[in-house]
Design a protein around this ligand. Structure first.
Ligand code: BG6
Ligand code: MG
Length: 216
């Protein structure tokens, strides 16, 4: 039986995947990498430095910058991202997610955050959702990003639950793979998440009953 839920943040709780995309697009223009929808999708769920490497590689620029210059580029992206985050309000919570968090809380489920973003605590604060979460996995403590299972295994540990009592919610392929490899129930939002155990076209469709209906 499910007892705990581990949430991804960007693209699941708020439309901040769009903000990350906007800030990375700006950086791609700066380094001369063509911005495509395939590149945008490949970056979802991926850590800051890994995302930078993917953008540089896509344009054949991986050897054009020193490590120090790469850190400066990632910092510039993050500064632009934070400017967008500072405009967030509770109105930016994706449809259905506040109701679902309330449903989970009212039914005694445990809730933690499993986001790769070092900005996650700040984003939750602007959305006024901090209090729903019993813990936030600190991505700085992890050695491997999504699709490695490490972050969702850390979430189960934070929940103090075995993996088979935990569900993870994700909008990106890398995240679904991470949940599956951790041995947890994967819940995916969006059309192309074939490997998700439970699938919803949009966040507004999620509820405990709708999840159970797909679990059979
Ligand atoms: C993930 C996002 O949640 O966090 C990625 O999907 C982002 O797009 C990653 O790169 C790291 O975020 P941050 O805020 O630490 O740069
Ligand atoms: Mg995401």
């Amino acid at each position: 039986d499910l007892k705990g839920f581990a949430f991804d943040l960007d693209g699941v709780i708020a439309d901040t995947a769009r903000f990350h995309g906007q800030a990375w697009h700006q950086l791609a223009d700066k380094v001369g990498t063509e911005w495509t929808s395939e590149l945008a999708d490949a970056l979802k769920g991926v850590s800051r430095m890994d995302s930078l490497e993917l953008i540089l590689k896509a344009g054949g620029h991986e050897n054009d910058y020193t490590q120090e210059e790469k850190v400066a580029l990632a910092t510039e992206k993050n500064d632009n991202y934070i400017k967008l985050v500072e405009t967030l309000t509770p109105a930016d919570i994706l449809p259905g997610m506040k109701d679902f968090l309330d449903e989970l809380k009212d039914n005694g489920y445990h809730i933690v955050l499993a986001s790769a973003s070092k900005n996650a605590p700040k984003v939750l604060k602007y959305l006024q959702l901090t209090d729903y979460f019993e813990g936030i996995v600190n991505p700085a403590d992890l050695s491997h990003g999504k699709p490695d299972p490490e972050i969702y295994l850390a979430a189960a540990k934070l929940l103090d639950l075995p993996a088979d009592q935990v569900a993870g919610l994700e909008d990106a392929q890398a995240g679904i793979e991470s949940i599956n490899r951790a041995g947890e129930l994967s819940i995916g939002f969006g059309a192309d998440l074939k490997d998700a155990d439970v699938k919803f076209d949009k966040t507004g469709d999620v509820s405990l009953a709708a999840i159970k209906a797909q679990m059979n």
